[in-house]
Design a protein around this ligand. Structure first.
Ligand code: MN
Length: 245
C-alpha cells in the first residue's frame, strides 16, 4: 500500500492543501487525488487553534467517504466529538476557535458539519493497523504490547501519550518518551507532541512538526519513509515544542 500520512493539522488548511500539492496530489472536485492512487492518512487533531478547522473536517470527511483516507482521532478530536454530542466540556486549549467557526454558520450548515464529524469519528478506529500489521497510525503512539488490543488505559495512552498526571515547569502535562522503549517491528506513525523536525526513534516516527505553532506541516510517505514538509504561515511559538533526544 502507498500512503502519505499527515501530522496534526489543527485547522491549518492552507498548509494542508499546499502539502498535498507538494506530495503530487491534484485537487479535483474538491478532493486531492494522486496519479499513483496513493491514499492519505491522518494522525488526528484536525481542528483547534488554526484558522479553518471546519474546512479541514470537510476535506477529511470527503476523503473518508471516498475510501481515500485513514483517519484516527486525536485528543482534540475526542474533545470536539464530546462537545458536538452535547457534553459539558471546557471550551479552552484551542476548542474555542472551532466553536467560533461553528457559531458563525447558519443552523443547517452547523448541523451538516456536525453530522460529518460525528460520522467520521464514530466510523474510525482508535488506531489503524495497516499493511498486514506493518504500519500503525496512532495519535500519540502506542506500546508494542498494546497493538491489536483495546482498553480504557490504551485509549488514554493513544489519545494523550504516556502521561504521569504530573505537570512540568512550563505548566504542561509530563509526557514520557515511550518511543525510546518501543521494540516492535511495526512502524508506529504518530503526532501529538510538537517537535522541530520529524523524529525517527526505533520503529516510530513523530510527524507532528507543530504547523499550528508556526513550524512545519509534515507528511511521511509510506513505504518509502520519506518526509515531505511545508513551512507554516502561523506565528512561531517556541515554548510549545518538546523535543526528545
Ligand atoms: Mn495536536
Amino acid at each position: 500500500m502507498l500512503i502519505d500520512i499527515i501530522g496534526d493539522i489543527h485547522g491549518c488548511r492552507k498548509e494542508w492543501v499546499a502539502l498535498t500539492e507538494k506530495l503530487g496530489y491534484k485537487w479535483t472536485d474538491g478532493l486531492p487525488v494522486h496519479p499513483d492512487g496513493r491514499k492519505l492518512g491522518f494522525v488526528g487533531d484536525l481542528t483547534d487553534r488554526g484558522p479553518d478547522s471546519l474546512g479541514v473536517i470537510n476535506d477529511v470527511y470527503h476523503l473518508f467517504t471516498h475510501d481515500a483516507a485513514y483517519y484516527v482521532p486525536g485528543n482534540h478530536c475526542n474533545k470536539l466529538y464530546r462537545y458536538l454530542k452535547g457534553n459539558n466540556v471546557k471550551i479552552i486549549h484551542g476548542l474555542e476557535t472551532t466553536v467560533d467557526e461553528l457559531n458563525r454558520l447558519d443552523s443547517d450548515e452547523k448541523e451538516l458539519i456536525t453530522k460529518k464529524f460525528i460520522e467520521l469519528y464514530e466510523k474510525s478506529p482508535l488506531y489503524q493497523v495497516l499493511d498486514n500489521g506493518k504500519l500503525v497510525i496512532a495519535h500519540a503512539g502506542i506500546r508494542h504490547k498494546d497493538i491489536g488490543k483495546l482498553s480504557k488505559q490504551i485509549t488514554t495512552f493513544v489519545l494523550y501519550g504516556d502521561i504521569t498526571g504530573e505537570i512540568n515547569s512550563k505548566g504542561l502535562p509530563v509526557r514520557r518518551d515511550w518511543a525510546r522503549e518501543y521494540n516492535g517491528d511495526a512502524w508506529v506513525v504518530y503526532g501529538h507532541t510538537p517537535v522541530h523536525q520529524v523524529r525517527f526513534k526505533n520503529q516510530t516516527v513523530n510527524i507532528d512538526t507543530g504547523a499550528v505553532f508556526g513550524n512545519l506541516l509534515s507528511a511521511l510517505r509510506y513505504p518509502e519513509m520519506e518526509v515531505v514538509s511545508i513551512q507554516s504561515g502561523m506565528d512561531f511559538i517556541e515554548e510549545k515544542f518538546r523535543d526528545f533526544d
